[in-house]
Design a protein around this ligand. Structure first.
Ligand SMILES: Cc1cc2nc3c(=O)[nH]c(=O)nc-3n(C[C@H](O)[C@H](O)[C@H](O)COP(=O)(O)O)c2cc1C
Length: 315
């Protein structure tokens, strides 16, 4: 099974990916959070930092592009080639109102004619390898029938399906009936994405879909960075060693963000967001978690984190 790390805007930037690469067995592919091409100028400093080869050494990284213009995608693909990227991923799933209202992300799925035009132009104007990360549609899962017919007209490297509609955001359950449908009718290789948080979730999925050979993991890995290794090893990982490694990974993130960003406040913001996910793998940490949320300095923050790791709390 190939296991990919999903793009998570604000979380899986290069600092996260580098720390992950240093501490854990690699994901088979890493996807950057979306880049939104600008017609007049090239990448901004943050995007450039995410893409440069030095920040992606030893990892197979796929840049993700958020656009509704095939021409813009083709232009950005050329710029990405200069960084050494042959494969790019298209975001056809972002549910955010500001993105969708501009016809991008899941908004691409709102109008089949526009989607077809976008795909036509993109495939005509670039020879880069294109994968698509898609939802089922905007409102109803059966919208996917028409959408898949469009995807089937193009040689997509991988069709990564997050089987929710835009209206779901991240609520409700991924629709596995539509995964069955996609498996039967997609002419392109299918990758699954959605709600695989534990080894048990993974096993339930592979039991039902034994022929799917690639899964993209998002929040599951952010909650438990060892998830990919647990899946590969069948769940056997020593908890004490695991916590030690998680602490080292955590500290690498803090150092990485300190180097990347100016000001403690920004670093604290990033780390607090991460604990929203990491906290779920511990029990009995309400007090230190509260201290993390309230921390005004990195010293206060690190003291609270040390409480969590030193008590060995854990499920
Ligand atoms: C905070 C956050 C940021 C995200 N950013 C992106 C993004 O930049 N591009 C994208 O395609 N999906 C993005 N997603 C969606 C994830 O890649 C993934 O599809 C979703 O979380 C479902 O997978 P999971 O259940 O394994 O987490 C984001 C999700 C979250 C929660």
């Amino acid at each position: 099974m190939k296991l990919y790390l999903a793009p998570l805007e604000g979380i899986t930037g290069y600092v996260y990916r580098q720390a992950y690469h240093a501490c854990y067995e690699d994901a088979d592919k890493y996807f950057t959070p979306f880049l939104a091409p600008h017609t007049k100028r090239s990448f901004n400093a943050r995007e450039r930092n995410d893409l440069i080869p030095e920040h992606n050494a030893g990892m197979y990284t796929v840049p993700q592009v958020l656009s509704k213009s095939g021409e813009d995608v083709a232009a950005i693909a050329e710029e990405l080639k200069a960084f050494g990227y042959q494969e790019i991923n298209i975001n056809a799933g972002c549910p955010s109102g500001t993105v969708v209202s501009k016809g991008r992300g899941a908004g691409l799925l709102d109008d089949e004619r526009a989607l077809l035009h976008f795909m036509d132009e993109m495939f005509e104007k670039t020879d880069a390898e294109i994968s698509i990360k898609t939802r089922l549609g905007m409102e109803y899962p059966d919208e996917f029938e028409g959408i898949l017919k469009i995807y089937n007209r193009f040689p997509i490297k991988e069709l990564i399906l997050h089987p929710r509609v835009r209206e779901d955001y991240y609520k409700n359950k991924p629709d596995w009936t539509m995964v069955e449908y996609a498996l039967e009718y997609s002419r392109n290789p299918l990758v699954y994405n959605g709600d695989i948080f534990t080894v048990e979730d993974y096993e339930r999925f592979t039991e039902r879909f034994p022929t799917i050979d690639a899964i993209m993991l998002g929040r599951g890995v952010i909650r438990d960075p060892a998830l990919i290794e647990k899946i590969r090893s069948g769940g056997i990982i020593d908890r004490a060693a695991e916590l030690k490694r998680l602490y080292a990974f955590h500290n690498k993130l803090v150092t990485g963000y300190q180097e990347e960003m100016s000001g403690e406040k920004n670093v604290l913001f990033k780390m607090k967001e991460l604990w929203f996910y990491l906290g779920t793998q511990f029990t009995g940490i309400e007090k230190p978690l509260k201290k993390i949320k309230k921390a005004n300095s990195l010293i206060e923050y690190q003291a609270a984190v040390s409480e969590i790791f030193s008590t060995g709390a854990g499920k």
